[in-house]
Design a protein around this ligand. Structure first.
Ligand SMILES: O=P(O)(O)OC[C@@H](O)[C@@H](O)c1c[nH]c2ccccc12
Length: 258
């Protein structure tokens, strides 16, 4: 595991230990789950499918958007043609918040993934309680047994699971141990924070036909999507490049349609 990721996960364990005793009663009764993977597959069958990310800040870039407004961004992403939303709920490193997820999901009809560092199966129950439709498993952050346990907990909650990898060894672990058919390749190297779209191109060849591959991070234009499509990739997770645009709806449409 990279040092930064280890640090983030250690922080997360402390946070989860403090939260668990409060239980789940603080969350409103969740509305029925929205099919996250199904929404992606439906859009990818006939064009590009986008998971549009609501991202205020990142460890590498600091503040990304000053007029951060989760419900407005959610509506803009939906109107622009996104299939799903991703909302950062990690506070210490990404300035995210659970309230952003709740506000964004309430403002639109799209399925939402809780973007956070899952280190404990309990976070899956918490994710559903706050309304999430899917969670992320970062293979680099977890031992095999732990990631299987978290995936099982997610499925019990009716959540879809996006499995994130960034090299060949992680792809093998994901395909060998997990049941989810939704696998994301993160083009961002967590050691250097450099982004290289060739990461997705390299790993795409390893993916069986029944797995939906998601290209994550560093997508800035429709041309980038077209480049990935040459490797058979039609599904994208995009945050920063959209969040930096004054007109998020128009930027989303332009990313998808050119
Ligand atoms: O903002 P970008 O470069 O479009 O990237 C979005 C998303 O891939 C990135 O935020 C991300 C991918 N995996 C993560 C894990 C945790 C936090 C954030 C991420």
């Amino acid at each position: 595991m990279t040092d930064k990721l280890a640090e983030i996960c250690a922080t997360k364990r402390v946070e989860v230990a403090a939260r668990k005793p409060q239980g789940l009663a603080r969350w409103p009764a969740p509305t029925p789950v929205r099919g996250f993977e199904a929404a992606l597959r439906a859009k990818a069958a006939d064009g590009f499918a986008l998971i549009a990310e609501i991202k205020k800040a990142s460890p590498s870039k600091g503040l990304i958007r000053a007029d951060f407004d989760p419900p407005a961004h959610a509506r803009a992403y939906q109107a622009g043609g996104a299939a799903c939303l991703s909302v950062l709920t990690d506070a210490p490193y990404f300035q995210g918040h659970e309230d952003y997820l709740i506000a964004a999901r309430t403002a639109c009809d799209l399925p939402v993934i809780r973007k956070d560092f899952m280190v404990d199966p309990w976070q899956c129950a918490e994710a559903r309680a706050m309304g999430a439709d899917a969670i992320l498993i970062i293979v680099a952050a977890l031992e095999d047994a732990a990631m299987v346990e978290i995936e099982t907990a997610a499925r019990e909650q009716g959540l879809d699971v996006l499995v994130e990898v960034h090299d060949e060894a992680e792809m093998e672990r994901a395909l060998g141990h997990l049941r989810s058919k939704l696998v994301g390749v993160n083009n961002r190297n967590l050691k250097t924070f450099e982004v290289d779209l060739a990461t997705t191109e390299r790993l795409a060849a390893m993916v069986p036909a029944d797995v939906l591959l998601v290209c994550e991070s560093g997508i800035g234009s429709h041309a980038d999507c077209e480049r990935m499509a040459a490797s058979g990739v039609r599904t994208f997770l995009v945050g920063e490049s959209l969040m930096r645009q004054p007109d998020v709806e128009a930027a989303t449409r332009a990313l998808l349609l050119g």
